[in-house]
Design a protein. Structure first.
Length: 344
């Protein structure tokens, strides 16, 4: 069987990223480390991937994992904005970016491991995480450096807990809690929720924050007012049209993403209703569209560009063996605009 970069790392007793850096000509490795890797490569007759070598002659590379198909990812402004942040730091530090996207989790894992085995990437940035994320479990198993934008649910982690996960995130649960609390303070007791697909941790956290705020206020969770807004504004539009056809209606709707909020606004207008006179709408993320929507959207401002910046800086430090804080939480802000009507 052909030797892989993992075999070299195991024999040399170093990390996969260290072998990758050696292959790509990094000049900050200790002489004894270089010698161990060189000896392991010789013993195993390992032949580095030619693409990796051609990349390595110029730059090192970071893999960026979209955790969904390209079509789904780039339909949402979040992904282009976070990639700007990643690209800014990567370019400044002479790293190329290799983008990996797939709707199928199995194919995603296969492609990522191929990038790793070939020495093409020295680390990975995951743009989100699934509830049970097998790619993360595999990266933990092979001890390959990665940074997650988001978090992983502690109860889903494999045992024993002998590894470090590096994350950059925002307080999604608290943000949703506070936005729901704001609606309640404006007199709204009948509140609907447009959720994203619930196989992602960020969707889980935002929904749980909404539920907890209702519970703490002594308000019921109306399951018929919790709808799946899918991935696009059109998905949210269709889901809201269905909701509006089944009275009684909520007085406010919290969309877990501004894209969904815009779709909901369009559906409400299509039904002959007005925002916020008939139904108030709030979103999450504060995309540019939030301030040009009619009416301007009340939302949570998430520093998406900075998430990309921080994640890339953190990953490069991890690759280079620096001691870093494993968890970074960036602050957010509730932005009050014109899409909420006070019922008091």
């Amino acid at each position: 069987m052909k030797a892989t970069i993992k075999d070299v790392a195991r024999l040399a007793n170093v990390s996969i990223s260290t072998v990758s850096r050696y292959i790509n000509g990094a000049d900050n490795l200790k002489p004894e480390t270089r010698q161990k890797i060189k000896k392991a490569i010789s013993q195993l007759n390992y032949r580095p991937n030619k693409i990796a070598q051609s990349l390595g002659s110029r730059l090192c590379s970071i893999g960026v994992i979209a955790t969904r198909s390209s079509e789904m990812a780039f339909a949402n402004p979040y992904f282009s904005e976070v990639l700007k942040g990643i690209g800014s730091i990567a370019e400044a530090n002479q790293y190329d970016i290799v983008l990996c996207s797939s709707e199928d989790e199995e194919k995603e894992i296969e492609r990522c491991l191929s990038l790793i085995d070939g020495g093409i990437v020295q680390g990975l940035i995951l743009l989100s995480s699934r509830i049970y994320d097998r790619l993360i479990y595999e990266l933990i198993r092979i001890k390959f450096p990665f940074v997650l934008i988001g978090r992983i649910l502690p109860e889903t982690l494999p045992e024993p807990d002998e590894y470090q996960i590096y994350t950059v995130n925002t307080p999604n649960f608290n943000d949703s809690y506070n936005m729901t609390k704001y609606l309640i303070e404006q007199g709204h007791e009948k509140i609907g929720f447009i959720q994203a697909p619930m196989n992602y941790v960020v969707s889980h956290d935002r929904y749980q924050g909404f539920c907890q705020a209702l519970q703490d206020a002594g308000l019921p969770l109306r399951k018929e007012w919790v709808i799946n807004g899918g991935y696009t504004w059109k998905d949210a539009y269709d889901a809201t049209i269905a909701l509006l056809s089944n009275p009684p209606l909520p007085t406010a709707i919290f969309a877990s993403d501004d894209l969904k909020a815009v779709g909901a606004c369009k559906a409400i207008k299509q039904a002959g209703l007005k925002v916020p006179d008939d139904i108030s709408i709030v979103g999450h993320n504060d995309y540019e569209m939030a301030s040009i929507n009619e009416p301007e959207l009340t939302t949570i401002r998430v520093p998406i560009y900075e998430l990309g910046l921080k994640a890339t800086k953190l990953l490069i430090d991890v690759i280079n063996g620096k001691k870093v804080e494993p968890e970074i939480i960036l602050p957010t802000q509730l932005i009050k605009r014109k899409s909420v009507r006070s019922l008091k």
